[in-house]
Design a protein around this ligand. Structure first.
Ligand code: PLP
Length: 422
């Protein structure tokens, strides 16, 4: 029967859209409205297009229709593990041994030994009591606040926190306070106001992905202690590479014993496949398994994905050489770009935003960088504040010194050409 349906769609010249178009007046009007909205997005200059990569993720890419040997400076592949041969082999082995997927949520029939092993490994890596896996860190952030906080509680959130934290907080019924970005005076004032609530949870990104700046966790933890609050950090842009052994922002700033809850991703430095997690006290993790909706009502992580993350953690626990190599490359890029006359936001983080101010300048320079074989992305309003457009460069442990130098040279040429440098 489905063969007939497919043949009808093919004869109609598409994927079935013709049926959609010739639907009721409501459907026709709906489609017009969607098209108007899409036009508005294009008109506002905020359309996000996707370049198609026809090679593996890595420092050197092949882009569809765009030549080979493109130098990639815009992935979150901080440690270069996305295409690491051992990570790939671990995925293939897990696929062969445990199959393509579980066709089930965890509590029905979706938990394998590899899921439990990975949770144990994540907890050990972060030196916490337990961990719980999610399909993504977006899900981990969507699930945690609603499961933990009630109208009796309060959550205090940095105004520049990631969209998934903002959405997760929206879903909970706690009292909401938003403090100014990394402003400890404002956080203290909000904590004082929040004393009337049963529990206070301060929620912040460990490292902020648009600016490459790092939350002042020592001060946050001191305030949390003073006002009897808990601290939650999202470590997506820190896990695996910040701190002497890559444990993250809490290790970097010496507060591993003061941060109560960590959410992070398996989709960036830890192999780059997909997945997220929460790690922290055991009763908290036990409660999330009972109450957290994205965990309870979504499929288990596929074995190949579990295999990638598990191997990435093994590599990191064996040696911190990869994390240190990334730190040295970051330092090389930041100091050479600063010497060339550019302003790089943030400090010591592989996210290196080259601050340009003007949105058009950021767009044309990013385009011209690609003409020179360097793939970087310009960000402008509304992703970043008006007047703070930038090109975000991300350094990876697998960039060579020559790659970094080529990128700096291209920036210098393009910057001079477009007036960003004298
Ligand atoms: N939190 C932060 C700070 C992020 O940058 C991201 C991804 O962009 C996420 C959460 C979501 O992570 P995932 O891709 O695992 O859903």
């Amino acid at each position: 029967m489905w063969r007939g349906a497919v043949a009808r769609v093919l004869r109609s010249g598409g994927t079935g859209n013709s049926r959609f178009v010739s639907g009721t007046a409501a459907v026709v009007e709906f489609r017009r409205r969607l098209e108007r909205e899409l036009e508005d997005i294009r008109g506002a200059g905020t359309w996000k297009s996707e370049r198609i990569i026809s090679s593996r993720q890595g420092p050197h890419l092949r882009l569809e229709g765009g030549g080979t040997g493109i130098l990639n400076f815009c992935a979150n592949n901080y440690l270069g593990l996305s295409s690491h041969p051992e990570v790939i082999r671990a995925a293939v082995e897990a696929l062969e041994k445990f199959g393509a997927g579980l066709s089930s949520v965890r509590f029905i029939c979706g938990t394998q030994s590899i899921h439990k092993d990975l949770e144990e490994k994540i907890a050990r890596f972060h030196q916490r009591e337990d961990a719980i896996l999610y399909a993504s860190c977006f899900d981990a952030n969507a699930g945690i606040f609603e499961a933990l906080l009630t109208p009796e509680d309060a959550v205090l959130s940095d105004e520049l926190n990631h969209a998934s934290i903002i959405d997760g907080i929206r879903l909970c019924k706690a009292n909401k306070y938003r403090y100014k970005h990394m402003d400890m005076q404002d956080l203290e004032a909000k904590l004082q106001d929040a004393q009337k609530h049963r529990l206070r949870l301060v929620a912040t990104d460990g490292a902020f992905s648009m600016d490459g700046d790092i939350a002042p966790l020592r001060e946050i933890c001191q305030l949390a202690q003073k006002y009897d609050a808990l601290v939650f950090i999202d470590e997506c842009h820190a896990t695996g590479f910040l701190g002497p052994s890559g444990r993250g922002t809490d290790e970097l700033l010496g507060v591993m014993d003061k941060v109560t809850i960590i959410n992070s991703t398996l989709g960036k430095a830890l192999g780059g496949a997909a997945g997220g997690y929460t790690t922290g006290p055991k009763p908290l993790i036990d409660l999330l398994r009972q109450r957290s909706r994205p965990y309870l009502f979504s499929n288990s992580l596929p074995p190949a994905v579990v295999g990638c993350a598990s191997k990435a953690l093994d590599l990191l626990m064996e040696s911190n050489a990869i994390a240190q190599s990334m730190a040295a490359k970051t330092q090389r890029f930041r100091s050479k770009m600063t010497a060339a006359g550019f302003t790089i936001s943030g400090k010591d983080h592989p996210i290196c935003p080259v601050m340009l101010g003007d949105a058009r300048l950021a767009a044309v320079m990013a385009e011209d960088m690609l003409n020179r074989g360097i793939y970087v992305i310009g960000f402008s309003y509304p992703v970043v504040p008006k007047g703070k457009a930038r090109i975000r460069v991300q350094i990876s442990a697998v960039h060579s010194d020559e790659d970094i130098d080529r990128c700096v040279e291209a920036f210098t040429e393009v910057g001079r050409k477009h007036g960003a440098l004298p």
